[in-house]
Design a protein around this ligand. Sequence first.
Ligand code: PHE
Length: 365
Amino acid sequence: MDYAATGQEALLRIEGATDLETVEALRVEFLGKQGSISGLLKTLGKMTPDERKVEGPKIHGLRESVADALAARKDALEAAALDARLAAETIDLSLPAPEAPKGTVHPVSQVMDELAEIFADMGFAVATGPEIEDDWHNFTALNMPESHPARAMHDTFYFPDRDAQEREMVLRTHTSPVQIRTMLAEGAPLRIIAPGRVYRSDSDATHTPMFHQIEALVIDKDIHLGHLKWTLETFLKAYFEREDIVLRLRPSYFPFTEPSVEVDVGYANEGGRRVVGGSGDAPGHAWMEVLGSGMVNRRVIEAGGLDPDEWQGFAFGVGVDRLAMLKYGMDDLRAFFDGDVRWLSHYGFSALDVPTLSGGVGTPA
Ligand code: PHE
């Protein structure tokens, strides 16, 4: 018997099916229990072995081609249905941009972003630590044991109660505890900055109880003061976006660095405004302290779980608010935290201007 005509017709009808229900109906019609092709398969049982040898492959071939065609049609219709659904379900989540955007990026956020960009370019990662810190990380591990006089210099906010592990808790007075946390968590070598809020009980035109610092820590082999000086110069030139930045390194003391160096930048007094650049010893110029730094004290490296005979490093901590005032010309630190919209719209930055080294880190709004 010739099944070509039966097959031809079945395939045409399958091809013509425009929805999944029709495909299913055709499957039942051809291949279901009572289906026409299933019926043909049953006739094999009544044939002689010779007939079966001839007819068997034909009927099975027919069944297979119909089954394949049904499956292909089903796939195609399902894909089309999915495409249609995806097209129909498109939602526009964007808001129309306001004609005159009101919000601005706070100068502190802007400067933090600028610094992260500058240090990322030098291979520094960003690390963080808690603002509620225990006394060990904030002081002891940084070579300030309990009776150390340097503790008194920090005007610390202490918590009235100890924590569950009986530790004395403080609002961190500097970002330096992140040095310890990062060494303990990540080992060496390290190249990190740690931006964040710090707290001291102090308030006047140049001090607020909460302010911002960025800590930098490099731990590696054979690190020396030259690396510190180069890093500071490169960072301050990039930050102030001028080449004529002159630094003065003054010997100083911090318990966690040895030797310790305080860093001044030269500036000119131009109509009551401090403009950074040039030597502080030049006529009309003076020096201003901008940060504390030094080679990481051996004891701090030990507290960080590292062997100080193998690893050395430098660290510095810089006041972010102070850097913002110097670059963008604000004169009262307290205004930073008043949330006055007029101040923010004057000193704030466009949210769409992201600091980049190629585009200039500090394009004012
Ligand atoms: N933690 C110091 C401060 O807050 C700054 C500093 C950081 C000095 C790292 C040296 C090294 O004054």
